[in-house]
Design a protein around this ligand. Structure first.
Ligand SMILES: [Zn+2]
Length: 151
């Protein structure tokens, strides 16, 4: 009977703390207290924490939709950003999947900025002009969304 390990009250307490920590990591976003912050896109004070963001992408013919993601959204212009927790979830579902997109080269355009060369096929399909503007939303260290602004 001596071989059976005894669970001490301390061990139970440690386990409870560990579970609480994990729960907090899953549910608590570092951005969750943000409300009425200034929007970097439209300038109004309407950026708040939300938990109903949806990530949608088509990779290698497979449509991936991830609902109920946390992050920030502007209720005025609709611009949004995923928080780190959501970015990790997106990464988990999308990494190692070929993008099936167009390859662009990236190079320096001066003043510490980089330019991305968009292939002609993409220009034609999307009706891009050289005066266009786009909003870039980083999702993770390897992925971003490029959203074209309507004129
Ligand atoms: Zn806005």
């Amino acid at each position: 009977m001596d071989d059976i390990p005894t669970i001490t009250p301390e061990m139970v307490e440690e386990t409870k703390i560990e579970i609480a920590k994990r729960r907090a990591g899953r549910r608590g976003s570092p951005l969750k207290d943000i409300a009425d912050a200034t929007c970097p896109v439209c300038g109004s004070h309407t950026v708040s924490f939300v938990d109903d963001l949806v990530f949608e992408v088509v990779l290698a013919g497979e449509r991936i939709v991830i609902p109920n993601l946390t992050g920030l959204r502007c209720s005025n212009c609709g611009d949004f950003a995923f928080d780190t927790g959501s970015s990790k979830i997106i990464d988990r579902y999308t990494k190692n999947k070929p993008a099936g997109g167009y390859e662009c080269s990236i190079s320096t355009v001066g003043a510490g900025r980089l330019g991305m060369y968009i292939p002609k096929d993409v220009l034609r399909v999307m009706g891009l002009t050289k005066k266009g503007k786009a909003i870039v939303t980083p999702l993770s260290r390897r992925k971003m969304i490029v959203e074209l602004c309507s004129e």
